[in-house]
Design a protein around this ligand. Structure first.
Ligand code: GLY
Ligand code: MN
Ligand code: MN
Length: 445
């Protein structure tokens, strides 16, 4: 594994558990299950990916596991329930850490077989006043939680008191996840670099007549070769008017000479996402209309990125982007009227119907509140977000000159808030018209 691709160190997971336990206080318990394996068909499963909250606290990669944190517990504060070693099962399905591995490799203070959860967890609940648990995420575990709590309540006459408070664990955990540490930032930078290089590669290999899925295949190949073997989300590769379908993932059409292609794709590295969009001409040269719209989206994107700095609120980049886009659409004749009024009426919405970004982290649409006490949240160092304005002129858009129709453009970067502004993590993917055309025509005759 290249040194830059290393997973986070064990100390990072320990620090997170400590931080959460400090927030929880004494007499409390947190219960965090990992994701469930999902059947794809018959006896074949989808590739397993741990739950992000669970992974954030444990780094434990196996299915069928539940982490329990009990601050101050004498026999150990961090307890991991996981599968037992089983040589026969492991020969077919792959290695397991077992309880010994949970302790030795994953730093659990105590570990039990996952099959013992129903027996052990009610006894742990007996000793706690507050339960931190993300209700509504795992219906099966929710039901078991209810059963365990009922079991504890039934012991009231024996002098055992059931927990008094149930607290949404996700709220606490997601606040922690919103602020990225130095090692998380290094990992996200590496992840964004791998994706950015893959985007650049697509610019080099794209030719009229290729299929959209061939660019998708090239993207995945490049990321996998660089060590990022998962994608953070299914790639969108939309040629021509397909780019106007925001979540287009069919990716099965031919890329035509004279069209643009929009590629929204990002790999995942050790459970951290990147999310990058580039749009470029299939034949390597922008037409005048494509260029005019592209330069407008780029102007909006650069202006929005400029708004990413501590103290600005979450919505500042979006507000800046729609201002630039509206002014530009008027200049190009796609909107008519006075800019302030058009902004008030959201006249840009037929051409720009999504927001300018989202938090980015372990999930592509990462956790963390966007508002605090009803107000847009202030940006702070360590937060990572995407900036992704676009313009989509649908093929049958009314009141628009024919020359604009069927053009869809989005430009998306991953941006870290720093102490004095921002740092674009995905900057290695070319995005000016000149840089794109130069990259596309490198080595071509
Ligand atoms: N790739 C999903 C998004 O850009 O939000
Ligand atoms: Mn995005
Ligand atoms: Mn995206």
């Amino acid at each position: 594994m290249p040194p830059t691709n290393r997973p986070l160190p064990a100390s990072e997971f320990r620090r997170r558990r400590r931080q959460l336990m400090r927030m929880m206080g004494a007499d409390s318990i947190a219960i965090i299950p990992t994701a469930r394996e999902q059947l794809r068909n018959n006896d074949v499963h989808f590739p397993f990916r741990p739950d992000s909250d669970f992974h954030y606290l444990t780094g434990f990669p196996e299915a069928d596991a539940v982490a329990v944190l009990i601050p101050g517990r004498k026999q150990g504060q961090y307890i991991l329930f996981c599968r037992e070693r089983d040589p026969q099962a492991e020969q077919w399905e792959g290695r397991r850490a077992g309880q010994e591995g949970a302790r030795e490799q994953y730093a659990a203070d105590d570990a039990f077989p996952i099959g013992d959860l129903d027996e052990i967890l009610p006894r742990m609940l007996e000793q706690c006043e507050r339960v931190f648990y993300a209700m509504g995420c795992d219906a099966q575990l929710d039901r078991r939680m209810s059963t365990w709590i009922r079991q504890v309540r039934r012991k009231a006459r024996a002098g055992i008191s059931a927990p008094l408070e149930f607290i949404a664990l996700d709220h606490y955990l997601h606040e922690l996840r919103l602020y990225k540490s130095r090692s998380e930032i290094a990992l996200m930078r590496r992840c964004a670099r791998i994706s950015a290089n893959a985007h650049r590669h697509l610019m080099r290999v794209c030719q009229p007549g290729m299929h959209e899925y061939q660019l998708e295949a090239e993207f995945i190949h490049q990321c996998s070769q660089a060590g990022a073997r998962e994608q953070a989300y299914p790639a969108i590769v939309g040629g021509g008017a397909n780019a106007c379908v925001l979540h287009y993932i069919e990716n099965d059409q031919t890329l035509n000479d004279g069209d643009l292609v929009l590629i929204d794709a990002g790999c995942e590295l050790h459970c951290y996402a990147s999310d990058i969009t580039r749009t470029f001409p299939v034949n390597g040269r922008f037409s005048p209309e494509q260029r005019a719209l592209y330069e407008l989206v780029l102007e909006a994107q650069l202006a929005a990125i400029d708004e990413v700095k501590p103290g600005n609120h979450w919505n500042a980049p979006h507000e800046r982007a729609v201002k630039v886009l509206t002014r530009g659409l008027v200049k190009l004749g796609l909107l008519e009227g006075r800019v302030p009024r058009l902004l008030r009426d959201e006249a840009y919405k037929p051409f720009y119907m999504h927001r300018t970004g989202h938090w980015l982290g372990m999930d592509v649409h990462d956790v963390g509140n966007y508002k605090v006490d009803g107000e847009w949240r202030e940006l702070e160092p360590g937060m990572v977000l995407t900036i992704e304005p676009g313009l989509y002129i649908a093929p049958r858009q009314k009141g628009v000159a024919k020359k604009w129709r069927g053009i869809g453009i989005r430009i998306e970067d991953d941006v870290l808030v720093t102490r004095d502004g921002h740092d674009v993590l995905s900057g290695d993917a070319p995005k000016t018209v000149e840089a794109i055309e130069a990259t596309m025509n490198e080595g071509k005759t």
